[in-house]
Design a binder for this molecule. Structure first.
Ligand code: ATP
Length: 237
């Protein structure tokens, strides 16, 4: 594996007194696309929230060589760890371009903004066509593009993408998966949380399987595809 960008060790987290994650170990190497799969309620979203410091966690959480847990929560984002949230969470009454600009809100190098806009519009020509349209009036696929574009405007090193394919037609999902490989070739690492295991495995290098707050399987995509338990639970074999 390449140099480790994200290292999670023995991470526990929950909501108030309710524990959800138990001793989670997971790493993402620089330049990888890593899939995190598991059934409803397995704790995938909770893990992303813990990593992006929206909820408290205990254990080890290192990103790009820095130990994040002792740092203020915004340190994760400021160092390039950016989440594309489940449900997109766009500003529906703002235009596409305004939403994209919001992604760069906390960015220090404002001089790089034009280049980032260009790159996002190159990856998603549809967003360029619709840049003056209100985000709330766009299709689900376009909104997902806008959410991903907004995250890219923050100049991320690691994108955490939660349920990218949710509610989208297969043809749109395929387009987004292709963009993910383009994003990776531009030097952005991706941790992809997906219920659509086929989709996630089609682009990822490695994967993790979570159940009830624990990692129960991990390996290369080929290894996971050949694992009888994974095949039965997630690949319908
Ligand atoms: P899904 O794909 O359905 O979102 P998931 O694997 O992402 O599933 P989580 O959303 O992380 O799972 O949920 C893990 C557990 O945490 C579930 O038991 C859920 O009920 C609980 N949970 C999630 N959000 C909260 C919250 N805000 N407050 C309390 N419990 C929560």
């Amino acid at each position: 594996m390449s140099e480790t960008l994200l290292r999670i060790e023995k991470l526990s987290a929950g909501y108030g007194p309710v524990p959800v994650l138990f001793d989670v170990d997971l790493t993402v190497g620089r330049g990888e696309i890593v899939a995190l799969v598991g059934s409803n309620g397995a704790g995938k979203t909770t893990l992303l929230r813990a990593v992006s410091r929206v909820i408290k966690a205990e254990g080890t959480l290192e990103f790009d060589g820095a130990d994040l847990l002792p740092l203020p929560p915004e340190a994760a984002f400021m160092r390039g760890l950016v989440q594309v949230p489940e449900g997109r969470q766009l500003f529906g009454k703002m235009t596409v371009e305004e939403n994209l600009r919001m992604g760069a809100f906390r960015r220090k190098d404002k001089s790089g903004l034009n280049e980032s806009f260009e790159r996002v519009y190159e990856l998603f020509p549809r967003l360029k066509e619709r840049r003056r349209q209100l985000a709330g009036n766009m299709s689900g696929g376009e909104q997902q593009m806008c959410a991903m574009g907004r995250a890219l405007m923050a100049a991320p090193k690691l994108l955490l993408i939660d349920e990218m394919s949710l509610g989208l037609a297969p043809v749109v999902v395929d387009q987004l998966l292709e963009v993910l490989t383009d994003i990776r070739s531009q030097g952005v690492t991706v941790l992809l949380v997906e219920q659509d295991v086929f989709a996630a495995f089609s682009v990822a290098d490695r994967g993790y399987v979570m159940e009830t707050g624990r990692v129960v399987g991990e390996g290369s995509i080929a290894e996971l595809q050949n694992d009888p338990a994974v095949r039965e639970a997630y690949l319908g074999a």
